[in-house]
Design a protein around this ligand. Structure first.
Ligand code: NDP
Length: 254
């Protein structure tokens, strides 16, 4: 397995910053939490499972972002005293057997988890950032929308909307000094990512489309994605807003 070095350009870059990262108990979210802690931030993270744990040094509250954004925003205020850096990482895909056969409740679930949780949390937390005149938000999308990966179309539709929303929100919040960007990961070695890839491989022939190779020769590691997120949160990206950084080893760029 490749060794991916976390970003170490400025270890104190986030000292004094308060960060909320959703879905930080494992995978990409946990790597983002660890890198933010290493760079000096105070971090609160969340997951659904009662037995989920945050990386050492981070505060943790159990919450389902599909239904619990108001309580989560209140927890962030109580525990951190406010949020300067907001990363919408919780998300995931469930396979379907055909685009026309996705039940309504699965559409709603995909939209709640991968789009509306972020929309609702931004609406709760960005006004205070606007009052302070600063803040940075990163939405985690998916490279699977370039082109849409067949067995996960509700997920892909939600992530496509998330990128469009992210860009529009960036324009609205730029005058207030808040930057909003997205990171679009390719297949990354996490519990969720491995399960999705296995389902994709099994279902691709039936629903059309193949599973492409990664031109750079390996799947991503969580720190590959976290490196991009920390860059976008940092002052090194101070003239970047409304962008989507695709981090996929070249998979969807061919
Ligand atoms: P994992 O499934 O490995 O981890 C997801 C994390 O989010 C866990 O901490 C999980 O904890 C939490 N979570 C899931 N659902 C909820 C919920 N409803 N409320 C609160 N927390 C939740 O996922 P990855 O690390 O692979 O993915 C992270 C993000 O990256 C997702 O948005 C995903 O769509 C995106 N992505 C990942 C790719 C990959 O290949 N890994 C590729 C493209 C995009 P718990 O289960 O306890 O709730």
């Amino acid at each position: 397995m490749a060794t991916i070095n976390p970003t170490t350009s400025n270890l104190a870059e986030f000292a004094g910053k308060r960060a909320l990262v959703t879905g930080g108990s494992r995978g990409i979210g946990a790597a983002i939490v660890r890198q933010l802690l290493d760079a000096g931030a105070s971090v609160l993270t969340t997951a659904r499972s009662a037995d989920a744990k945050a990386p050492d040094g981070a505060a943790f509250v159990q919450a389902d972002v599909r239904t619990g954004t108001e309580a989560l925003a209140a927890d962030a205020q109580r525990i951190l005293g406010g949020v300067d850096l907001l990363v919408h990482n919780a998300g995931g895909a469930r396979p379907h057997s055909g685009a026309l056969a996705i039940p309504d409740d699965e559409w709603r679930d995909a939209l709640d988890l991968n789009l509306l949780a972020a929309v609702r949390l931004d609406a709760l937390l960005a006004p205070a950032m606007r009052d302070r005149g600063s803040g940075a938000i990163v939405h985690i999308s998916s490279a699977a929308l370039r082109p849409p990966v067949p067995p996960f179309l509700h997920y892909v539709a939600a992530k496509t909307a998330l990128e469009a929303y992210s860009k529009g929100l960036a324009a609205e919040l730029a005058p207030a000094g808040i930057r909003v960007n997205a990171v679009s990961p390719g297949r990354t070695t996490t519990p969720g990512g491995v399960a999705t890839r296995d389902q994709w491989t099994a279902l691709a022939p039936a629903v059309g489309g193949d599973v492409p190779n990664v031109p750079l020769g390996r799947d991503g590691e969580p720190d590959d994605i976290a490196n991009a997120v920390l860059f976008l949160l940092s002052d090194q990206a101070s003239w970047l807003t409304g962008s989507t950084l695709v981090v996929d080893g070249g998979e969807f760029t061919r």
